[in-house]
Structures are given as structure tokens and as C-alpha cells.
Ligand binder design. Sequence first.
Ligand SMILES: Cc1cc2nc3c(=O)[nH]c(=O)nc-3n(C[C@H](O)[C@H](O)[C@H](O)COP(=O)(O)O)c2cc1C
Length: 199
Amino acid sequence: MEFYEVINKRRSIRQFVDREIPREVLERILDAGLKAPSSNHQRRWELVTLTDKNIIMELAKFIRPYPCRIGEPKTPQQEMFKIAYPRQRTMMEEAACVILPYFKQKYPLSEDKNGYGLMDYGAAWALVENMLLAATAEGLGSVVHIPVKKEPEQIKDFLKVPDGWALPALVVLGYAVKDPLLPTQVKATVENKVHWNKW
Ligand SMILES: Cc1cc2nc3c(=O)[nH]c(=O)nc-3n(C[C@H](O)[C@H](O)[C@H](O)COP(=O)(O)O)c2cc1C
């Protein structure tokens, strides 16, 4: 797929069919992630990659389906909440693969006074985005789930992740159902978002 087609095609997909992803496809996606830029060229990453359905189902138990009281959505954000909130667990259960890109958290954000904490965190997100785009190029659907509240600790214990490693997002992959639910996209264009040479 041509690069800009991939950029335009990528959407957050939260409904997947029951179909395995070939190992070589996953390896290309993982490799794309690992080619991302990193702060101080550290590449302090370890990618826990789950393809075993039983393990994915166990992992999904830690993800709370979020309550959503939106009736008739009035904004693209509300449309998204209505689609996304109830699917945080089911999208995991339906996924063929969940990648957990741990990064070595040298400067925890909560104690960070000089901004260094953002470096490794930012690099981990570059890796995540590379994988989302690679997944799109491979014809897969993808979405991220940000681990919140008790989830990071529970997932860390479940996967026996050593101390000092942080998880920016879970990357959820699978083949999309036909016509998955998608919210209207917020308009972000060169015309309405870009300031040339001054604000
Ligand atoms: C930092 C970040 C956090 C996100 N967290 C979640 C999440 O926890 N669960 C989820 O379903 N989608 C999550 N998303 C996906 C967004 O909801 C999605 O990107 C947005 O609604 C725009 O839709 P699109 O990805 O289809 O363009 C996240 C995206 C980003 C960049």
C-alpha cells in the first residue's frame, strides 16, 4: 500500500473477526515498530507479543468495560466514546494479537522535574505509531488501549514484567469486521491547524 494511502486509511478499529494473523505479518509490524526513532538512540524497548488466545482472554479480564451514558451523540468525541467505551474489553477478546511495548522508564513522569521523562515515553509512542501504520499497510485493523488505574500493575504482574518497565499503550490487532463502527473524524487539516512562520 502506498504510504499516504496507509496514513489516510488508518482508523481505530475495535471490532475484529476470528482470524489468526500470520507470524511473518506480525514480524513485519514488530520490525516497523523497532525502526522508530528513540531518545538518545536508546531503543530501551521490550515488546511482549501475545498471540495465544487463552492468554489474550486472561489479559482482557483486567480491562474494565467503561460505563458510557451517552444516548444520542452530539459531537465526534461523543460518537467515539459511545463506540469505544463499551468495547475496551471486547476489542481485546476479539483481537488476534496484543502487543505490549514496554519501555525502560529511566525518569518516571511523576517525579520528573526537567522534562527528561517525556523522552522515553515519546519514543515508545513513535514505536506504537509505526506499528499502527504497518498494521494498516498489512490490511489489519488496529487500536490502542491506554492502561489506566489498576491495569498497569495487574498486567505487569500477570505477564511477570520486571520492575522499571512502563507500558504506554496496548496495541490491539486483528482483521476488522465488515463495516466496523467508526466515529466521524474531527477536522484537522493544513488549512485549519497549521500556522506558517508565526502562531
Ligand atoms: C494517546 C491516545 C490514547 C488513546 N486511548 C485509547 C483507548 O484507551 N481506547 C481506545 O479504544 N482508543 C484509544 N485511542 C484511539 C482514539 O480514540 C482515536 O485515535 C480517535 O478517536 C480518532 O480515531 P481514529 O484513530 O480512527 O482516527 C487513543 C489514541 C491516542 C493517540
